[in-house]
Structure formats: structure tokens, C-alpha cells
Design a protein around this ligand. Sequence first.
Ligand code: 8YV
Length: 321
Amino acid sequence: MRKRPVVLVTRKLPEAVEDRLRRDYEPRLNPQDRLYESDELIALAAGADALLPCHTERLTAQLIARLPESVRAIANFSVGVDHVDLAAARARGIIVTNTPDVLTDATAELTILLMLGAARRASEGERLMRTGAWDSWSPSFMVGVQVTGKRLGIIGMGRVGQVTARRARGFDMTIHYHNRRRLSAGLEGGAIYHQTAEELLPHCDFLAMHCPATPETHRLLDGVRIALLPGGAIVVNTARGSVVDEEALITALKSGKLAAAGLDVYNNEPHINAAFRELPNTFLLPHIGSATRETRDAMGFRALDNLDAIFAGRAPRDRVA
Ligand code: 8YV
């Protein structure tokens, strides 16, 4: 019988995904879901044919250089691949894949939740209820910003951006966007294209970040660009913390330039900038964009589809390097 490929699975994955791994591979699972240090990861990878990591593993050029010769593939359980040095993997001939499509709906849902939560002061309201501090009601109590009918600007009109736009149209929002390339009229669905972020920003009552983290998008939303937003705008981010200059965002939230921010992603997760916690006008979630049962299963299956193809000698559907 052909030897089943050994797969180092760095985190605890959904039961159905681990069942399939046990059926088709020789998996090295992590039932305790411990975060591996680099040395430990390298030791555990000895003799492995593939890695199945999450975005929590930083697969730097140094780490990739230390991977054993046996590793042929890195099948990520994530759509974002900013945690992997793709050039280093390419240089070693290691195939890298991701899991697009399957987390689009879940992430777009979370963007809408962040918009509503930030605009309607959900965090403050929840805190009042949980601490028992709610003691009165008045017409001026907890007044927020209405979402319906506003202009939503989207930076990065890929899969998630497009679904966010569709969902936002349910709130009669007008969609503006900036993307490297203009979409076809069919995909645009009436959204208004802006060739640069600078041109887009003055049109955004709400701004949603949906671009991947790359050197080009690093701190794309900085102080200069925040200044171009209308006063009282609301920023939401389900992409990556690195696409926002957090200090500039905090300054704008403190000054009232921005009414609020809804954030699911941060620099230096999970040790987020403490100012976000202290500000009343932030609505904060702990990187749960794809955290639905349906999506997490689908992410695992998609990663396994990619591995199946690689070990069957076929081209994986989601090759990124
Ligand atoms: C995942 C994500 O939970 O897929 C991504 O890029 O950011 C998240 O939705 C995480 O990356 C899993 O590794």
C-alpha cells in the first residue's frame, strides 16, 4: 500500500476536517491547540510531507529555510497568506495554497456586524447592560449614526468586498470602491469606481477595508488618508491590522474626526493596542471573520482538497506559490 503523506497540522481543526485527515493522511494533530514556537514546529515537521498551518504560524524566510527537505507543500487554513514568505517557499520549491471563496460570506457578514455595531454604539450599550449601569432613558441617550442610505466606501473589491457591497445594498447604501483594477459592469452592480484611495475617501460615510496585506497596502489607511474622510465617518476592518496605521486611527477616534471604528483585526494580535479598549467609540471583535461552523469546516475541506491534488500529482486549485 502507498504510504500516506504525513501532514503537520499546527492547530486544532474542526472534527470533520480532522476525521478526513485521519482517513486520508498520517496527520500530526495538535489536540491541545498549543501555539508552537519555531523550534518546536521545525522539530515536529521532521519527515512531514506537508504543513497545514493557520495565520497564527509565522512562516518566515528563516523558518522556511529550516523546514526539512521532505516538506513539499504548505496548505494554509486561511485565505490571507501574509504570514507566509511566499518567495522563500517558491525558492525551495514548496507549493503554497490558501482557502479563498469559502470564507467570503462569513467575513462579509462580520463587516456588516462591525458597521452596525460601531454606528449604533453596540459596545457601549452592551457594557451598560452587563454591568447593570443602565438606569435611565432619554431622547438623547445612546444616539448613534444611521447606516441606512449612507455611502459605503470599499478598499479592495475582491470576493469579500463584492459580497459586502451586495449585503450593504440591503441597507440602501450607495457603494463606492477603490481596487487595483476596475470591475466589469456586471460585478460592479452600480458601484462607483475611484482610481485611487485618495479619490474614494471623501465619498465615504463608512469605509470598509477588504484588501489583502501586502507591502503595497501596508498602513494604506494612514493619517493623511484618514484626513480625507468626511468628518464623523466610520471605519471598519476585517482584512488585516497592517492595512491601517493604528496610531493615526486612534488619534482620529479621540479627536472626533471619526465617529467610530469597528475592528476584527489588529497589529500584534492578540495583544492589541490598549487604546482601542479604552476608547468608547470602538466596537471590537477578536479576529472571528471566518468563525462560523460552516465556514471553518469548508476552510479545512478546501485545504485538504488542495493537498489531495498535490499528492495526486494534479495542480491544486488554490496555488499562491
Ligand atoms: C482565519 C483569516 O480565521 O483566512 C484568513 O485569512 O484571516 C481568518 O478568517 C485565519 O486566518 C485562519 O488561519
